[in-house]
Design a protein around this ligand. Structure first.
Ligand code: ADP
Length: 401
């Protein structure tokens, strides 16, 4: 079964074409970026190793999907004979609110749910919907499946999803914790259980997705029990540019003393805080901050220390929330690649059951692997995430493939 995965964002459309019947092979992948602004261009590569990169005349998501479809059947770069070989399109969608608890086939009702969540996800949901509508036109009659970042967390109980604010704000205005990165947390927890050879239903797992955005999830029996992001992705650990948890009064105080508007503070906490704001070297990339810290920049060292400490606090909290643990999983850019960060996060936790094997932790690899010592009470693993493949798998499952 050939499945196209589409991730439509504010100015880019990313795509990957999988042949699920041929060992989930990636037939082609790429993106069109700077849509709607100057310098719109497309990057493309296929399984034969052929690559192309260059400007494209694309002004909106529909034109982007049209150009992608043409490239997939292109006589030179194409990988399929006809578009009719594509049996489904899986879409990454950020917010499904309370009404979506699993990947679903897109219907008019599902599109309405997506629209109802615009106010909670103004930067993503409108573009996700535009991507779906583009595919409905370009791939006529091909089913679209929505894979929602929030869906995996719909299993959270009220004790973890409610905020301590008047209950009517939940019942009337749906203000609650939703959680994000669900596709990644679901994928890596399943993969960890499979690799470990135990049924996920019997396992307690903590997944630490540490990329540009970062979130930690407590997974009980294969279901999300608690997660660090909330109503929006701002809550939780310190991230590349987001503050993570803070006293809400900080917001009112900053507004008052700095004379900032609501939008200014939104921008400050989402775009200028986290590692970017703390390290002070103009980069949110942990690689840059690690490099500067290694050269003696004390502010960068402090930022990394704080980053690691906040993740450690969540791991400790979720160990208690789950009442024990089987596997701790590190994933995403920093979680997969930075052995120093993993070691810093787990510093001083040997006695609590998290014993790293230093040599195994230091190995660089893109494979799933165990990095805990043989006598570690809890297994510690690195599991490379693959959200595109996860979306393709979920899409296949929804269509009974
Ligand atoms: P995104 O969250 O945007 O999907 P990734 O999961 O790829 O992206 O994470 C990207 C981030 O991962 C980078 O900004 C960087 O902070 C971090 N990262 C990637 N590789 C390393 C590394 N070797 N060491 C430290 N951090 C890394």
């Amino acid at each position: 079964m050939i499945i196209l995965v589409i991730n439509a964002g504010s100015s880019s459309v990313k795509f990957t074409l999988f042949d699920m019947s041929d060992d989930k092979k990636v037939l082609a992948t790429g993106l069109i970026e700077r849509i709607g602004i100057d310098g719109t261009s497309m990057k493309y590569s296929n399984w034969k190793g052929e690559k192309s990169q260059g400007p494209v005349a694309v002004k909106n998501p529909k034109e982007a999907v049209q150009v992608i479809s043409e490239r997939l059947v292109d006589p030179k770069y194409g990988v399929i004979g006809a578009l009719s070989e594509i049996k489904a399109v899986g879409h990454r969608i950020v917010h499904g609110g309370e009404k979506v608890n699993k990947p679903v086939r897109v219907t008019e009702e599902v599109k309405q749910i997506l629209k109802d969540c615009f106010s909670m996800s103004p930067l993503h949901n409108p573009h996700n919907l535009a991507g779906i509508e583009a595919c409905e036109t370009v791939f006529k009659g091909v089913p679209n499946v929505g894979v929602f970042d929030t869906a995996f967390h719909s299993s959270m109980p009220p004790r973890t999803f409610l905020y301590g604010i008047p209950y009517e704000l939940y019942t009337q205005d749906q203000i609650r914790r939703y959680g994000f990165h669900g596709t990644s947390h679901a994928y890596v927890s399943r993969a960890a259980a499979r690799f470990d050879g135990r049924p996920i239903e019997s396992l307690k797992i903590i997944t630490a997705h540490l990329g540009n955005g970062a979130s930690i999830t407590a997974v009980k029996g294969g279901q999300s029990y608690d997660t660090s992001m909330g109503l929006t992705p701002l809550e939780g650990v310190v991230m590349g540019t987001r503050s993570g948890d803070l006293d809400p009064a900080v917001i009112f105080h900053i507004m008052k003393i700095k004379g900032l508007s609501y939008q200014d503070v939104d921008n400050l906490l989402n775009k200028k805080s986290g590692v970017l704001g703390l390290a002070g070297i103009g980069s949110s990339d942990l690689r840059d901050v690690e490099e500067a810290a290694n050269k003696g920049n004390a502010q960068c060292a402090q930022a990394l220390d704080l980053y690691a400490y906040r993740v450690r606090k969540y791991i400790g909290a979720y160990l208690a929330a789950l009442g024990g643990l089987d596997i701790l999983v590190f994933t995403a850019g920093a979680g997969e690649n930075s052995s120093t960060l993993r070691a810093a996060i787990l510093e001083g936790m040997d006695g609590l059951g998290f014993k790293l094997d230093k040599a195994k932790n230091d190995v660089r690899s893109s494979e799933i692997r165990v990095i805990s010592a043989a006598d570690s009470p809890y297994k510690i693993m690195v599991v490379p995430t693959n959200e595109e493949l996860a979306i393709a798998e979920f899409t296949g499952e929804v269509l009974g493939g």
